[in-house]
Design a protein around this ligand. Structure first.
Ligand SMILES: [Mg+2]
Length: 419
């Protein structure tokens, strides 16, 4: 028996033409656009032993709005360009009550019998709920690319990605891993917050649904060239009004810190005020944290490195407003000390005060996101650089090795080295 990846056509192999938020099929080859990463993604799947089978609903034929010749010309064009092993086409509309129109699984079952395909080891990739449902009914694992056009999902996919390239990596990794399905970004329990103070970068992250919040600090704001603190903060809150966002006080004496905190707090519904755990003299901020929290101000107590500090904050905010407890696990790691047991212990301490959430701050690598998730840490603040590496999650190591070898070769060639 062989295994297959069933691929929807419009929105997967070629870009769907989206009008008013709804996807449409191209009407001619001239309208066919193959997304840039599709040929490579299919090559990865092929090399790993998957048969590539297109399964497409083409009701335009039954509806008489597009000729069969035109639909099949597009299909042949895709098959030639993408080297697909087989194509299954449903030419019907709902009224025909056929057994092949997705969400029915007929096309997948038909191909499975013909090509001796093990459906439980196979995958269905699509951009709409009907694709996912068809894959599920056929007994395959299912992958949604994109957001499903806001259609009500009657069938949750096993994984969701933004591109076929990411999906291909996940499929290969999942099968190599003794068929153990790897966690994808949307399956993580830890919430990802983006750390930064550059407006364009923050907006880029805001467009990613898995970025659940934002943190800033005076150092990042200075680096980003922010001169007017309040104007910048209010501008950001106006464009990112619905996700958690933290702004830090920058005074050093507690009276002034308190004044700043009370000024920052009302700027937005999701604003938390960041208070460093001490001032620069090393004097504890705990009395101020207690006062503000008990007055209903949401806080983010920051620059914490020790479990003693964690315990003090948990005690101070018990019964108060929501409070992030931000432990700088990455900086702890910089000292050669493993932050994982420390953070795991902090998670336990926070259980005593349900209004608290632990932040894994200053992570150094993507792996930290998974470490934080494993120990039940609530939030991890991540820079844009690390967030961009999320596209590598589950990447096949043989593929990655080959890409690395190619990089060395290309750079050596480009430099014109001779020996
Ligand atoms: Mg589609």
């Amino acid at each position: 028996m062989t295994k297959a990846v069933f691929l929807d056509r419009d929105g997967i192999l070629n870009e769907a033409l989206v009008r008013n938020g709804k996807p449409f099929s191209p009407m001619s080859i001239a309208e066919v656009v193959i997304p840039r990463d599709v040929p490579d993604a299919l090559a990865v799947l092929r090399r790993n032993g998957f048969r590539l089978i297109m399964v497409t609903n083409q009701p335009n034929i039954a509806r008489g709005v597009q000729s069969r010749e035109s639909v099949y010309a597009i299909n042949r064009h895709l098959q030639d360009r993408l080297n697909l092993d087989a194509m299954e086409v449903c030419e019907h509309d709902n009224a025909d009550n056929c057994d092949c129109r997705k969400p029915k699984p007929g096309m997948l079952l038909r191909a499975a019998i013909r090509d001796d395909i093990a459906l439980a080891e196979s995958f269905m990739v699509g951009d709409r709920w009907a694709d996912i449902e068809a894959g599920r009914r056929a007994g395959c694992r299912t992958i949604l690319i994109g957001n499903g056009y806001g259609e009500k999902s009657r069938s949750p996919p096993d994984a969701t990605f933004t591109s076929l390239g990411e999906a291909a990596n996940w499929i290969v990794a999942s099968t190599k891993n003794g068929n153990k399905v790897m966690k994808t970004v949307d399956q993580l329990t830890v919430q990802i917050f983006a750390d930064g103070a550059d407006k364009a970068g923050m907006l880029e992250m805001y467009r990613k649904p898995f970025v659940k919040g934002f943190t800033t600090n005076p150092t990042l704001m200075r680096k980003a060239g922010v001169s007017d603190y309040e104007a910048f903060a209010k501008d950001i809150i106006s464009v990112i009004p619905d996700r958690s966002i933290s702004f830090e006080v920058f005074a050093d004496d507690f009276t002034e810190m308190e004044r700043q905190a009370r000024r920052i707090a009302p700027w937005g519904k999701h604003v938390s005020v960041k208070i460093p755990i001490t001032n620069t003299k090393g004097e504890s901020s705990i009395p101020l944290v207690r006062k503000l929290s008990q007055d209903g101000i949401a806080l983010n107590v920051t620059a914490m490195f020790t479990l003693k500090q964690v315990q003090d904050v948990v005690d101070a905010v018990k019964g108060g407003a929501p409070c992030f407890v931000s432990v700088f696990a990455g900086r702890v790691a910089d000292t050669g000390f493993d932050p994982v047991p420390l953070m795991a212990e902090a998670v336990k301490m926070l259980k005593a005060s349900p209004n608290t959430a632990l932040i894994w701050a200053s992570p150094r690598e993507l792996l930290n996101v998974f470490q934080a998730d494993d120990i039940g840490c609530h939030v991890i603040t991540v820079t844009n650089d690390i967030i961009k590496k999320l596209s590598l999650v589950g990447k096949d190591m043989d593929e990655y090795s080959l890409e690395t070898v190619k990089m060395f070769y290309e750079d050596g060639k480009a430099a014109g080295y001779t020996l």
